[in-house]
Design a protein around this ligand. Structure first.
Ligand code: BGP
Length: 476
């Protein structure tokens, strides 16, 4: 008996807006993710502070071409198959299926594109894992309805779900309702298409939007269970436990509060009700969430089948606002942990943190987990002979996979699979850069959009192939 289950789903993960390009092909509509530029305006736009509802000439929008997977997917999936992928996680771009979001008819070109992509996976025996919404909202729903702050989004989303569930039933078993649902709090425009009015209570808007997403997620879960008999529906959390800066109880308390900010979403999606601490917090802050009478029942009766999450780093916090130096980490500000090294982008590297996070999630929810993102964003320099020696990436992944295997083999955590983030180089969500590369496959494309788009294998390609072939036994 190996340490991991025999049917363990090894693979890789991408998101439509970060890899597809072809942003106006196949009658695709424009989405929030298309109007987020590279460069210094990226953060203000992603936060919903700088209003950008259409593209302009002044900015560069890296998602428009990205790595052009729209035209290269056959070649890319072939390489995934060569690595031995059992599973490929990708997202469907909502605006390819409903270009405006409120269209009467779904767009056949969009459906056909994903059908071909899914068939391509199935031909190689690769299990598709579909993210229904990876940050994207058709722009028309943002400008006309205010995106997720509006209850009507639940219906638009469900209609979209119904179309893709019906079309791909029998082909796709694993679905995620919203990528990193907690990102709504941290990057409200990028994560949920939210724009704010001067002087409004942003927190109240965010939690109202969160409620709509939570209800939409529960109703999508219900629908999937009705339409696809063997469906497995998961939630998706940007995870990474928060450590306390010191053993001062105030710091420990603070770290608990920080974790709850994120757990809040999964508590609802997995346990089926608003947790007591959240209800009390809303009371204290006078946040009055508008609910329909049936919402509590919908949430209670339609919890997810598994908990998926991204993990890049642990976090560190203190009750003392002046304590320590800060660093970045997947949109969450965190203190620098002196025991950890960090990536070139300041994301701290903590393999044991993955095991800690897995145990915390499994203890809390007692449902199977799925690691759907993990990896190292780094600058890769092709050597003179054209090879890309990314030993640093191999080291990162090796240590994280070891920790993951320990969580399963030693701690008994139930884990469905592991899909490495950005298995092929793609556009960074936070920075819009291409030089922040995660892939086993190098794509010749630069931050300014130049490049041949040619694909080549990095050293990590052969390494991951071996890892998968040995079901995680051979990590050398
Ligand atoms: C997560 C997102 C991904 C991905 C990843 C890496 O937040 O789900 O879309 O991009 O983080 O982050 P980045 O691209 O900013 O390095």
């Amino acid at each position: 008996m190996g340490k991991l289950p025999e049917n363990f789903l090894w693979g890789g993960a991408t998101a439509a807006n970060q890899c597809e390009g072809g942003f106006q092909e196949g009658k695709r509509g424009i989405a929030n993710v298309d109007v987020i530029p590279a460069g210094e305006d990226r953060f203000p736009v992603a936060l919903g502070k700088l209003r950008m509802t259409a593209c302009d000439e002044k900015h560069f929008y890296p998602s428009h071409e990205a790595i052009d997977m729209y035209h290269h997917y056959k070649e890319d999936i072939k390489m995934f198959a060569e690595m031995g992928f059992k599973c490929y996680r990708f997202s469907i771009a909502w605006s390819r299926i409903f270009p405006n979001g409120d269209d009467v008819q779904a767009n056949e070109d969009g459906l056909k594109f994903y059908e071909d992509l899914i068939d391509e996976c199935l031909n190689y025996g690769i299990e598709p894992l579909v993210t229904i919404c990876h940050f994207d909202v058709p722009m028309h729903l943002v400008t006309e309805y205010g995106s997720w702050r509006n209850r009507r989004m639940v219906d638009f989303y469900l209609k979209y779900c119904e179309v893709i569930f019906r079309r791909f039933a029998g082909k796709v078993k694993y679905w995620l309702t919203f990528n990193e649902i907690n990102m709504l709090l941290h990057m409200p425009f990028m994560g949920a298409g939210l724009l704010f009015e001067e002087g409004e209570n942003e927190e109240a808007v965010k939690y109202q939007a969160a409620h709509h997403e939570l209800v939409a997620s529960a109703l999508a879960t219900k629908l999937a269970h009705e339409l696809i008999p063997d469906a497995m529906i998961g939630c998706m959390l940007a995870a990474g436990n928060t450590y306390a800066n010191t053993c001062a109880p105030e710091d420990v308390w603070k770290s608990m509060e920080k974790d709850r900010e994120n757990y809040f979403f999964i508590d609802v999606q997995s346990r089926g009700e608003y947790p007591a601490y959240a209800k009390k917090m809303f009371e204290r802050k006078e946040i009055n969430i508008l609910m329909e009478p049936e919402d509590e029942k919908i949430l209670r009766e339609n919890t997810v089948d598994f908990i998926s999450f991204s993990y890049y780093s642990s976090r560190l916090t203190s009750a003392d606002l002046e304590a320590g130096e800060k660093t970045s980490g997947n949109a969450f500000a965190t203190l620098k942990n002196p025991y950890l090294k960090a990536s070139e982008w300041g994301w701290q590297i903590d393999p044991l943190g993955l095991r800690i996070t897995m145990n915390a999630l499994y203890d809390r929810y007692q449902k199977p987990l799925f690691i759907v993102e993990n990896g190292l964003g780094a600058v890769d320099m092709p050597a003179a002979d054209g090879t890309i020696q990314d030993g640093y990436r191999i080291e990162y992944l090796r240590e994280h996979i070891k920790a993951m295997v320990d969580a399963v083999d030693i701690d008994g955590v139930e884990l469905l699979g592991y899909t490495a983030w950005g298995c092929i180089d793609l556009v960074s969500a936070s920075t819009g850069e291409l030089k922040k590369r995660y892939g086993f496959i190098y794509v010749d494309k630069e931050d300014d959009g130049k490049g041949t788009l040619q694909r080549s294998k990095k050293a990590s390609f052969d390494w991951y192939q071996k890892v998968i072939a040995s079901n995680g036994e051979d990590l050398d």
